[in-house]
Design a protein around this ligand. Structure first.
Ligand SMILES: C[S@@+](CC[C@H](N)C(=O)[O-])C[C@H]1O[C@@H](n2cnc3c(N)ncnc32)[C@H](O)[C@@H]1O
Length: 188
């Protein structure tokens, strides 16, 4: 069954309204490159995008996708963990996108893990410019993703509103394990 309203559609439509004024964006999990392409395609030509992944295969796929769309010059592909965001990203980004889990069609053991996702999100909040946004797609349909979701929600719920305003979107009549979305907004 195909549905139009899901976590992906929600962050993309929210971010669309803002992407034309974005100077620097980060895709913290490049994967197959769809999210990087979305950011590259909807930002101004002089916007710069950093796309991180720990797998060479993911960065290759992202590069191919960007090259096909003639958008590769806007994007720095970076084989680093997002737990190193503070080291890698040179200045405060306007938005950061996380799409957690494993590379579809790739090695499922190379999935994101709470132990690195949590510090990465802490760094993302530190890095974001005031007024910046961060989206996090979570996939609790597998064991590591379930644990990651729980820990992320606990962390996000405990954040002071002065450091971020957080919302959590999820399906209410789908099976357990359906993707969920966290949105964090750093106050101005
Ligand atoms: C669901 S995929 C991302 C999908 C992607 N955004 C897209 O549009 O196709 C998750 C990706 O996170 C990557 N990943 C896992 N741990 C990571 C880490 N610590 N830092 C950066 N990327 C990581 C995996 O290699 C995988 O490619």
């Amino acid at each position: 069954m195909k549905i139009a309203i899901n976590g992906l559609a929600i962050w993309q439509s929210l971010f669309l309204s803002k992407l034309t004024s974005v100077r620097l964006a980060v895709d913290a999990t490049a994967g197959n490159g769809y999210d990087t392409l979305f950011l590259a395609a909807h930002t101004q030509p002089d916007c710069r995008i950093w796309a991180l992944d720990i797998q060479a295969q993911a960065l290759e796929k992202t590069k191919t996708r960007l090259t096909e769309a003639h958008l590769e010059d806007k994007v720095f592909l970076c084989r680093h963990s997002h737990a190193e965001l503070l080291k890698v990203i040179p200045e405060p980004p306007d938005c950061i996108v996380f799409n957690l889990g494993y590379l579809p069609g790739g090695d499922h053991t190379m999935t994101t893990q709470a132990a690195t996702t949590l510090p990465a999100l802490g760094q993302a909040l530190q890095l974001l410019r005031p007024g910046g946004w961060c989206s996090v797609m979570m996939y609790p349909g597998h064991e590591a993703g379930k644990m990651e979701r729980e820990l992320l929600l606990t962390w996000a719920s405990s954040l002071e509103r002065t450091s971020a305003s957080v919302s959590h979107w999820h399906m209410v009549n789908h099976q357990e394990g359906a993707p969920e979305l966290l949105l964090l907004e750093k106050p101005c």
